[in-house]
Design a protein around this ligand. Structure first.
Ligand SMILES: [Zn+2]
Length: 143
């Protein structure tokens, strides 16, 4: 657990990309990322869900990734977010879910993105790549 400082992270441009990719690359726990998310306002949460959904789309997640992500996320498979991510093709309207389901949606989305992005890092990106989000500095450092 690295801890999250509201002042450090809240609303800063690039924070979503950083938190999500740190979780995907094992530099930050999903609990830690969720703690960050839970500090955001409702409007900010919606924006973050849309951004993470776009990463998941770019990572070409599959229904199998969705199942693996749900298992990792700790969210019940019957939750709306879990059902949506496991559809083929997945549904991405997470920001439209009721506010009390946003934390579930964040956990499911980030966990599923992690599955797909890990596969990409271990195949396409092995030996180095030009994806800025695969070349993060260690947590705490700022470029
Ligand atoms: Zn890469």
């Amino acid at each position: 657990m690295l801890g999250v400082s509201r002042e450090d992270w809240r609303g800063t441009k690039g924070a979503t990309e950083r938190v999500v990719n740190e979780v995907a690359q094992g530099l930050r726990t999903l609990e830690d990322g969720t703690a960050w998310f839970s500090l955001l306002s409702q409007a900010e949460r919606k924006a973050v869900l849309q951004e993470v959904a776009s990463y998941a789309m770019q990572a070409h997640i599959t229904a199998a990734d969705g199942s693996a992500g749900v298992a990792r996320s700790g969210v019940k498979p019957t939750a709306n977010a879990s059902v949506m991510i496991c559809m083929d093709p997945p549904r991405y309207g997470f920001a439209g879910l009721p506010a009390e389901e946003h934390i579930n949606a964040f956990r499911v989305l980030v966990a599923t993105f992690s599955v797909a992005d890990t596969r990409r890092r271990q195949t396409y990106c092995t030996g180095g790549c030009g994806h800025s989000w695969h070349n993060l500095s260690t947590p705490g450092e700022r470029p």
